[in-house]
Write a protein that binds this ligand. Structure first.
Ligand SMILES: [Zn+2]
Length: 281
Protein backbone atom coordinates (compact mmCIF):
# COMPACT_ATOMS: atom_id res chain seq x y z
CA UNK A 1 0.00 0.00 0.00
CA UNK A 2 1.44 3.41 -0.96
CA UNK A 3 0.98 5.92 1.83
CA UNK A 4 1.91 9.43 2.91
CA UNK A 5 1.92 11.04 6.34
CA UNK A 6 1.33 14.70 5.61
CA UNK A 7 1.71 15.81 9.24
CA UNK A 8 3.99 14.08 11.72
CA UNK A 9 5.90 15.75 14.57
CA UNK A 10 8.87 13.39 14.61
CA UNK A 11 10.99 16.07 16.31
CA UNK A 12 8.72 15.99 19.41
CA UNK A 13 10.42 14.87 22.60
CA UNK A 14 8.30 11.72 22.68
CA UNK A 15 10.50 10.59 19.80
CA UNK A 16 14.20 10.37 20.37
CA UNK A 17 16.89 7.83 19.74
CA UNK A 18 14.32 5.39 18.30
CA UNK A 19 13.26 7.69 15.48
CA UNK A 20 15.23 5.59 12.98
CA UNK A 21 13.25 2.48 13.97
CA UNK A 22 9.99 4.46 13.75
CA UNK A 23 10.90 5.54 10.22
CA UNK A 24 11.85 1.98 9.27
CA UNK A 25 8.44 0.73 10.44
CA UNK A 26 6.78 3.51 8.44
CA UNK A 27 8.68 2.51 5.28
CA UNK A 28 7.68 -1.11 5.81
CA UNK A 29 4.02 -0.05 6.09
CA UNK A 30 4.34 1.72 2.71
CA UNK A 31 4.80 5.32 3.85
CA UNK A 32 6.72 7.12 1.08
CA UNK A 33 6.45 10.74 2.19
CA UNK A 34 6.44 12.37 5.63
CA UNK A 35 6.06 16.05 6.34
CA UNK A 36 7.47 17.24 9.69
CA UNK A 37 5.90 20.57 10.69
CA UNK A 38 7.33 22.86 13.36
CA UNK A 39 5.25 24.77 15.89
CA UNK A 40 7.79 27.18 17.46
CA UNK A 41 11.42 28.21 16.89
CA UNK A 42 13.00 25.12 18.45
CA UNK A 43 10.77 22.62 16.65
CA UNK A 44 11.31 24.32 13.27
CA UNK A 45 15.10 24.00 13.62
CA UNK A 46 14.65 20.40 14.81
CA UNK A 47 12.54 19.59 11.75
CA UNK A 48 15.35 20.77 9.47
CA UNK A 49 17.90 18.71 11.43
CA UNK A 50 15.74 15.62 10.90
CA UNK A 51 15.51 16.26 7.16
CA UNK A 52 19.31 16.50 7.06
CA UNK A 53 19.56 13.04 8.63
CA UNK A 54 16.70 11.58 6.57
CA UNK A 55 16.54 13.39 3.25
CA UNK A 56 13.32 11.63 2.17
CA UNK A 57 11.43 13.66 4.80
CA UNK A 58 10.13 17.20 4.22
CA UNK A 59 10.14 20.10 6.66
CA UNK A 60 7.62 22.86 7.37
CA UNK A 61 8.23 25.93 9.51
CA UNK A 62 5.68 28.16 11.20
CA UNK A 63 4.00 29.01 14.48
CA UNK A 64 1.14 27.02 15.99
CA UNK A 65 -1.83 28.93 17.46
CA UNK A 66 -0.94 27.53 20.92
CA UNK A 67 2.46 29.26 20.66
CA UNK A 68 1.18 32.46 19.05
CA UNK A 69 1.81 34.64 22.10
CA UNK A 70 5.01 32.87 23.18
CA UNK A 71 7.18 33.26 20.09
CA UNK A 72 9.39 36.36 20.33
CA UNK A 73 9.92 38.76 17.44
CA UNK A 74 13.51 37.53 17.08
CA UNK A 75 12.27 33.93 16.91
CA UNK A 76 9.69 34.86 14.29
CA UNK A 77 12.38 36.59 12.20
CA UNK A 78 14.43 33.39 12.31
CA UNK A 79 11.43 31.18 11.42
CA UNK A 80 10.45 33.50 8.56
CA UNK A 81 14.00 33.36 7.16
CA UNK A 82 13.86 29.54 7.26
CA UNK A 83 10.74 29.77 5.10
CA UNK A 84 12.87 30.13 1.98
CA UNK A 85 15.14 27.20 2.86
CA UNK A 86 14.92 24.54 0.12
CA UNK A 87 14.34 21.79 2.72
CA UNK A 88 11.14 23.58 3.72
CA UNK A 89 8.10 22.69 1.60
CA UNK A 90 5.32 24.38 3.59
CA UNK A 91 4.58 27.07 6.17
CA UNK A 92 3.16 25.77 9.42
CA UNK A 93 1.67 24.59 11.30
CA UNK A 94 -0.40 27.64 12.03
CA UNK A 95 -4.11 28.31 12.34
CA UNK A 96 -6.73 28.99 15.00
CA UNK A 97 -7.66 27.03 18.12
CA UNK A 98 -10.70 28.45 19.91
CA UNK A 99 -11.18 25.21 21.85
CA UNK A 100 -7.99 25.32 23.89
CA UNK A 101 -7.05 28.99 23.66
CA UNK A 102 -3.54 28.55 25.07
CA UNK A 103 -2.72 31.84 23.37
CA UNK A 104 -5.27 34.69 23.37
CA UNK A 105 -7.49 34.69 20.27
CA UNK A 106 -6.21 38.11 19.15
CA UNK A 107 -2.62 36.84 19.25
CA UNK A 108 -3.67 33.75 17.27
CA UNK A 109 -5.11 35.96 14.52
CA UNK A 110 -1.98 38.13 14.29
CA UNK A 111 0.15 34.99 14.17
CA UNK A 112 -2.05 33.41 11.49
CA UNK A 113 -1.81 36.54 9.33
CA UNK A 114 1.95 36.62 9.31
CA UNK A 115 2.16 32.90 8.59
CA UNK A 116 -0.29 33.29 5.67
CA UNK A 117 1.76 36.23 4.38
CA UNK A 118 4.92 34.09 4.57
CA UNK A 119 3.17 31.34 2.58
CA UNK A 120 2.34 33.83 -0.17
CA UNK A 121 5.83 35.32 -0.06
CA UNK A 122 7.60 31.93 -0.32
CA UNK A 123 5.09 30.19 -2.59
CA UNK A 124 4.81 27.35 -0.04
CA UNK A 125 1.37 26.24 1.15
CA UNK A 126 0.19 27.09 4.67
CA UNK A 127 -0.62 24.16 6.97
CA UNK A 128 -3.70 25.08 8.95
CA UNK A 129 -4.89 23.77 12.30
CA UNK A 130 -8.49 24.73 13.11
CA UNK A 131 -10.50 23.67 16.14
CA UNK A 132 -13.65 25.05 17.74
CA UNK A 133 -15.18 23.97 21.05
CA UNK A 134 -17.58 21.01 20.86
CA UNK A 135 -20.65 21.81 18.78
CA UNK A 136 -19.28 25.15 17.55
CA UNK A 137 -17.76 26.34 14.26
CA UNK A 138 -16.56 29.85 15.09
CA UNK A 139 -12.87 29.04 14.52
CA UNK A 140 -13.65 27.54 11.10
CA UNK A 141 -15.71 30.58 10.10
CA UNK A 142 -13.00 32.96 11.34
CA UNK A 143 -10.35 31.01 9.41
CA UNK A 144 -12.37 31.32 6.19
CA UNK A 145 -12.57 35.07 6.74
CA UNK A 146 -8.82 35.35 7.33
CA UNK A 147 -8.06 33.24 4.24
CA UNK A 148 -10.26 35.39 2.02
CA UNK A 149 -8.86 38.61 3.48
CA UNK A 150 -5.29 37.40 2.76
CA UNK A 151 -6.17 36.69 -0.88
CA UNK A 152 -6.56 32.90 -0.74
CA UNK A 153 -9.12 31.77 -3.29
CA UNK A 154 -8.53 34.91 -5.33
CA UNK A 155 -6.03 36.35 -7.75
CA UNK A 156 -3.34 36.94 -5.11
CA UNK A 157 -2.91 33.25 -4.26
CA UNK A 158 -3.53 32.15 -7.86
CA UNK A 159 -0.67 34.35 -9.07
CA UNK A 160 1.70 32.63 -6.63
CA UNK A 161 0.41 29.05 -6.58
CA UNK A 162 -1.29 28.59 -9.94
CA UNK A 163 -3.31 25.37 -9.70
CA UNK A 164 -1.38 24.10 -6.62
CA UNK A 165 -3.23 24.22 -3.28
CA UNK A 166 -2.19 27.41 -1.44
CA UNK A 167 -2.95 25.78 1.93
CA UNK A 168 -3.88 22.49 3.56
CA UNK A 169 -6.45 22.01 6.32
CA UNK A 170 -4.62 19.56 8.57
CA UNK A 171 -6.36 17.05 10.85
CA UNK A 172 -9.74 17.97 9.43
CA UNK A 173 -12.37 19.03 11.96
CA UNK A 174 -15.57 20.86 11.15
CA UNK A 175 -18.93 20.69 9.40
CA UNK A 176 -19.25 19.42 5.83
CA UNK A 177 -19.96 22.87 4.40
CA UNK A 178 -16.63 24.11 5.81
CA UNK A 179 -14.90 21.45 3.69
CA UNK A 180 -16.81 22.60 0.62
CA UNK A 181 -15.84 26.22 1.35
CA UNK A 182 -12.10 25.46 1.68
CA UNK A 183 -12.19 23.31 -1.45
CA UNK A 184 -13.77 26.26 -3.26
CA UNK A 185 -10.74 28.32 -2.17
CA UNK A 186 -8.50 25.70 -3.76
CA UNK A 187 -7.21 24.16 -0.53
CA UNK A 188 -6.32 20.52 0.13
CA UNK A 189 -7.72 18.54 3.09
CA UNK A 190 -5.78 16.15 5.29
CA UNK A 191 -7.54 13.59 7.51
CA UNK A 192 -6.13 12.22 10.77
CA UNK A 193 -7.17 9.92 13.61
CA UNK A 194 -9.19 12.85 14.97
CA UNK A 195 -11.89 11.69 12.53
CA UNK A 196 -12.67 8.75 14.82
CA UNK A 197 -13.45 10.90 17.86
CA UNK A 198 -16.89 11.79 19.15
CA UNK A 199 -18.14 15.05 17.65
CA UNK A 200 -16.09 14.61 14.46
CA UNK A 201 -18.74 12.58 12.59
CA UNK A 202 -18.98 15.01 9.63
CA UNK A 203 -15.43 14.02 8.63
CA UNK A 204 -16.77 10.69 7.32
CA UNK A 205 -18.71 12.57 4.66
CA UNK A 206 -15.80 14.93 4.02
CA UNK A 207 -13.51 11.92 3.43
CA UNK A 208 -15.79 10.88 0.58
CA UNK A 209 -16.19 14.26 -1.09
CA UNK A 210 -12.62 15.64 -1.32
CA UNK A 211 -11.27 15.20 -4.87
CA UNK A 212 -8.46 12.62 -4.79
CA UNK A 213 -5.94 15.14 -6.12
CA UNK A 214 -6.51 17.28 -3.03
CA UNK A 215 -6.85 14.52 -0.43
CA UNK A 216 -4.13 13.80 2.14
CA UNK A 217 -3.86 11.59 5.21
CA UNK A 218 -1.74 12.07 8.31
CA UNK A 219 -1.10 10.85 11.82
CA UNK A 220 -0.30 14.13 13.62
CA UNK A 221 2.09 11.91 15.62
CA UNK A 222 2.73 11.71 18.52
CA UNK A 223 -0.93 12.68 18.97
CA UNK A 224 -4.33 11.37 17.79
CA UNK A 225 -3.68 7.65 17.60
CA UNK A 226 -6.44 5.99 15.55
CA UNK A 227 -8.40 3.04 16.98
CA UNK A 228 -6.24 -0.05 16.56
CA UNK A 229 -3.05 1.99 16.87
CA UNK A 230 -1.04 2.23 20.09
CA UNK A 231 -2.83 4.08 22.89
CA UNK A 232 0.27 6.00 23.88
CA UNK A 233 2.48 7.53 21.20
CA UNK A 234 1.13 7.63 17.67
CA UNK A 235 3.64 6.83 14.89
CA UNK A 236 3.62 7.35 11.13
CA UNK A 237 3.03 3.68 10.27
CA UNK A 238 -0.47 3.98 11.81
CA UNK A 239 -1.54 6.29 9.00
CA UNK A 240 -2.52 3.05 7.29
CA UNK A 241 -5.55 2.74 9.61
CA UNK A 242 -6.82 6.21 8.75
CA UNK A 243 -6.04 5.72 5.05
CA UNK A 244 -8.00 2.44 4.99
CA UNK A 245 -10.96 4.15 6.65
CA UNK A 246 -10.84 7.05 4.18
CA UNK A 247 -10.66 4.61 1.25
CA UNK A 248 -13.67 2.75 2.60
CA UNK A 249 -15.65 5.99 2.85
CA UNK A 250 -14.91 6.43 -0.87
CA UNK A 251 -16.09 2.93 -1.70
CA UNK A 252 -12.55 1.75 -2.34
CA UNK A 253 -10.19 -0.82 -0.95
CA UNK A 254 -7.07 0.90 0.42
CA UNK A 255 -5.01 -1.73 -1.38
CA UNK A 256 -6.39 -0.49 -4.68
CA UNK A 257 -3.32 1.05 -6.37
CA UNK A 258 -5.18 4.11 -7.65
CA UNK A 259 -5.86 5.21 -4.06
CA UNK A 260 -2.23 5.09 -2.87
CA UNK A 261 -1.02 6.58 -6.14
CA UNK A 262 -3.53 9.38 -5.61
CA UNK A 263 -2.25 10.13 -2.10
CA UNK A 264 1.36 10.34 -3.27
CA UNK A 265 0.39 12.48 -6.27
CA UNK A 266 -1.65 14.83 -4.06
CA UNK A 267 1.27 15.13 -1.63
CA UNK A 268 3.72 15.95 -4.39
CA UNK A 269 1.33 18.43 -5.99
CA UNK A 270 0.89 20.24 -2.68
CA UNK A 271 4.42 20.14 -1.32
CA UNK A 272 6.95 19.29 -4.00
CA UNK A 273 5.67 20.65 -7.31
CA UNK A 274 6.53 24.21 -6.30
CA UNK A 275 10.22 23.41 -5.80
CA UNK A 276 11.18 23.92 -9.41
CA UNK A 277 9.94 27.49 -9.30
CA UNK A 278 11.56 28.39 -5.99
CA UNK A 279 14.65 30.56 -6.11
CA UNK A 280 16.68 28.20 -3.86
CA UNK A 281 15.76 24.95 -5.59
ZN1 LIG B 1 0.37 19.17 14.37
Amino acid sequence: MRLVDSHCHLQADRFGPDVDAVLEAARTAGVERILVPGWNAWSCEASLALVDRHPWLDAAVGVHPHDASRVTDAEWTRIASLGSDPRVVAIGETGLDYDRAFSPIEAQHLNLRRNLALALETGKPAILHVRSSAGRRDAQDALLEELRAAGFGGGVAAAVFGSRPPAVIHSYSGPVDFARAVLDLGLAISISGLAFRKGEEPTAEVAALVPLERLLVETDSPFLSPPGGPRGRNEPEWVRITAAWVAERRGLDAAEPSFGDGLVTAYDAAFRAGRASQPHA
